[in-house]
Structure formats: structure tokens, C-alpha cells
Design a binder for this molecule. Structure first.
Ligand SMILES: *Cc1c(COP(=O)(O)O)cnc(C)c1O
Length: 427
């Protein structure tokens, strides 16, 4: 029903739909388990013959209501919450890739996600090839192998702020019979809905704008339901062949468009257990209720701050795709006509040392390992989130050594600019 609503209404109304006499506000189902009347009823749940709750590691009503809201915001078919964005990106790939498989990734990724795909899943036998997000179609197509199972990128990369040409990546993925997975954390569905451009699966670190208040670490995976796993059955045996751990169920046959999320829940969540706590899902839901109000303000403030920095004589460069002349302005105008996000990056003419010194002088903007929430915050990726990378890896990830990541909050933009003004005066 709510699919017909505008996105602002979905932020408020989607997800929890109380019936007669039930709480108006989403309850926190603070229960590990759920009661049944007969052993037979419980048995059918374990066989995936009935749907219902039995253990919170697999599913919980609070989490499901919030996942449904995120699903509707993205225009997807099914969704699940995870304990973190990292867990979402891990599950999204490992749900369809196994030992001996390969994925193609944009090289402009969040530092943690880069480590996950470059190193950690490599130890599990899944290899990644990284491509420049701005590469030609030929270069992109050349990265695929016989055993490639997915293509991965970020709508707006953290912290490189490259804008993914979603249509280009979707076209290449589909030409090779694999889905495109897009991490839509920075844009949020308020500013971009990757499914409308051909992406098949969307992931989120809900820790960022969705929560919006730096309260809870969380993640989400949304499936569009559009990718036809059966048409490429040989590539995706986990979805198209019997699962012996569920008495031979074939996910695509039994769950159709719900196959991918059902498998991720029934296998990965069952075995790896990276659930979001219902308490955190409740808080995330409160954040989602104002996402449509906060995102435009983040963008408006970011544009003002970026314009100010651009005109400052101590500033060497500024990245903000909402500014005319930015390398990604045209792609941003296509995929995110209402604005990108509140995160901007810049470097100082004094180089790395000056950048770090300026940060230490800030009073309103706090130095925190966080980004994309209501409070303005700042970070130096080369010293912090991307510390494990060597210079070559840093440059490939689009992170210059002097890059300051500045996450513009929803305070009054004049106060944020005044803080920068006094900090810059001291370097
Ligand atoms: C923060 C972030 C992640 C990781 O999310 P966590 O919730 O911190 O695990 C993944 N992708 C992007 C784009 C991020 O910004």
C-alpha cells in the first residue's frame, strides 16, 4: 500500500503498521525467542515451511519493521538489517561468492570495505579486482573473469567522493551475468535510489545518515528482486540448487524474488550471527523518520561551506560534487539532482602538516572517527581510517595524503564557516 506514498511519507509511515489495539509506536521486541503451541509448528519454521519468528539471531519483529522501511525507501523487494555496514557488505558478497570466486570492485571504497574485499575475503578464497570508477567501459569489461560473481561500488565513495556511474557499472555487470551491488550510505535513498539506475542490491552503513545522530552502529542489505538468478543458474548454485541444510530447498524456486535475502538470513545470519539489536533498530527507526528533513539541510550547508573554502587563499582544493566545475558535478546532477551529501573534502596549500594543524584548531567541528551525522565532524583519513594503506593504495582509493574529510552537520552554516575561518587563520 505505502509504495504509492512519496518518500517523505515513507520515512514516517513505512515499516511498522499496527493492527487494532497494537502500539502506535514500533515496539522493541526485547526477546530472544518466540512461543509456539505445538512442536510441529516450531518444526515447520525450522524447515522454512512457515514464516514466523523463533529466534532473534534469525529474525526479530522490530528489526523486520525497520528493514521494511529501508526497503520501501529504496524501492526494493526485500531487506534485512545487520549489526554494521561492514557486516552488510560482507554478507552482500558472500551470499553469492564462494571459495574460488571473484568480484570486480570500484577502487574508490570506504577504507574498511577496501580491506574487507582486498584482504579478508581473499583469505576465504574470493579474489577482488579493483577498477578506477572513472575507467572506460572497455577497461571495466576487461576486469571480469569466468568466475566473477558480482560488481561492487559506492554511490558516493567515502572519502574519495567519486560519484559512481551506476548505469555504466550495471551495464557491464549485466553483460557478464552478475549483479551490481551499490553501497548507498552517503547518498541515502533520499538523494539517490540506485535500483532506478540498474543496481540490483543496495547496502548501507545505517550508522551514518540513516541513524543520523551517531547513536548506533548498524547496516542493511536491500534486494531489488530484479536480478534473475535462474537465468545464470550455473553461476549461482547457492541460490539455484538444493540447500542440504534446509532439506533440499531451492531458494529461487521457493522464494522467487525473495531468494537472495532469504538465503542471506537463513544461512549467513544463522551461521555468522551479525544481527542488529532490536534496541538499535528502534533508535535507527527514529533517525529514519527525519532523514528526509535532514538530508536537504546537510546538502545546503555542505554547498555553502565548500563554496567558502573554495574562495579561501589557504585552501588548495575542494571536492564537493554539488559545486559547478567539480569533476563529478555532471554525474551528481544526473544521479542526485537534489544534492549529494554533507561530506566534503579539501586540502590546504601547506600540505599534510597544515591540514592536520588546522583540524586541531577547530572548536565546533569535532575530530571523531565518524561521518555523516547531525554534528559537524572532521577526520584525516591518511592518519585515521585509511592508516593501514600504503601511498599507492591511498591514491588508488582517491585519498590524497593532505585530504581532510569534513562532514558538514545541520547546525547553522555560518557558525561552521566561522569555525573554519578562525582555524585557518592560525595556520
Ligand atoms: C562507514 C561505512 C561503512 C562501514 O559501516 P559500519 O557501520 O561502520 O560498519 C561502509 N561503507 C561506507 C560507505 C561507510 O561510510
Amino acid at each position: 500500500m505505502s509504495e504509492q506514498f512519496n518518500i517523505e511519507t515513507k520515512c514516517i509511515q513505512s515499516g511498522w503498521k499496527p493492527k487494532k489495539g497494537e502500539p502506535r509506536i514500533l515496539p522493541i521486541y526485547q526477546s530472544t525467542t518466540f512461543k509456539y503451541d505445538t512442536s510441529e509448528q516450531m518444526g515447520r519454521l525450522f524447515d522454512l515451511e512457515d514464516s514466523g519468528y523463533f529466534y532473534t539471531r534469525l529474525q526479530n519483529p522490530t528489526n523486520d519493521a525497520v528493514a521494511e522501511k529501508i526497503c520501501e525507501l529504496e524501492g526494493g523487494y526485500a531487506a534485512m538489517l545487520t549489526s554494521s555496514g561492514q557486516a552488510a557488505n560482507f554478507y552482500a558478497v558472500m551470499n553469492i561468492a564462494e571459495e574460488g570466486d571473484h568480484i570486480v570492485c570500484s577502487s574508490a571504497l570506504y577504507g574498511g570495505t577496501y580491506n574487507l574485499y582486498a584482504h579478508t575475503i581473499r583469505k576465504m578464497g574470493v579474489e577482488a579486482t579493483f577498477v578506477d570508477p572513472d575507467c572506460s567501459e572497455e577497461e571495466l569489461n576487461a576486469a571480469f573473469r569466468e568466475n566473477t560473481k558480482a560488481v561492487v561500488g559506492e554511490t558516493i565513495a567515502n572519502p574519495a567522493l567519486t560519484v559512481l556511474d551506476i548505469e555504466k557499472f550495471a551495464k557491464a555487470a549485466h553483460a557478464h551475468g552478475v549483479p551490481l551491488i551499490v553501497d548507498n550510505t552517503f547518498a541515502t535513498p533520499i538523494n539517490c535510489r540506485p535500483f532506478e539506475w540498474g543496481a540490483d542490491i543496495v547496502t548501507h552503513s545505517t550508522t551514518k545518515y540513516m541513524d543520523g545522530h551517531a547513536m548506533t552502529v548498524g547496516g542493511a542489505i536491500v534486494d531489488s528482486g530484479n536480478f534473475d538468478w535462474s537465468a545464470h543458474a550455473d553461476k549461482f548454485p547457492g541460490l539455484t540448487q538444493p540447500d542440504e541444510t534446509y532439506h533440499g530447498i531451492v531458494y529461487t524456486e521457493k522464494f522467487g524474488k525473495g531468494a537472495y535475502i532469504t538465503k542471506a538470513t537463513a544461512q549467513l545470519m544463522r551461521d555468522l550471527g551479525s544481527i542488529q539489536s532490536p534496541q538499535n533498530a528502534f533508535l535507527l527507526n527514529i533517525g529514519l523518520e527525519t532523514l528526509h528533513l535532514r538530508m536537504p539541510r546537510h546538502c545546503e550547508n555542505a554547498k555553502k561551506v565548500a563554496s567558502y573554502l573554495k574562495g579561501h587563499d589557504k585552501v588548495a582544493w575542494v571536492n564537493c560534487a554539488m559545486l559547478e566545475g567539480d569533476k563529478y558535478h555532471d554525474l551528481a546532477a544526473k544521479y542526485m539532482p537534489n544534492g549529494t551529501c554533507g561530506v566534503i573534502t579539501f586540502g590546504l596549500k601547506g600540505g599534510r602538516d597544515a591540514s592536520v594543524k588546522m583540524m586541531d584548531n577547530l572548536k565546533l567541528a569535532a575530530i571523531v572517527t565518524h561521518v555523516a551525522d547531525a554534528r559537524t565532524c572532521v577526520l584525516h583519513p591518511a592518519s585515521h581510517t585509511h592508516r593501514q594503506m600504503n601511498d599507492q593504495e591511498l591514491l588508488e582509493a582517491g585519498v590524497q595524503p593532505d585530504l581532510i574529510r569534513f562532514s558538514v552537520g545541520i547546525e547553522n552554516a555560518d557558525d561552521i564557516i566561522a569555525d573554519l575561518e578562525q582555524a585557518l587563520a592560525l595556520v
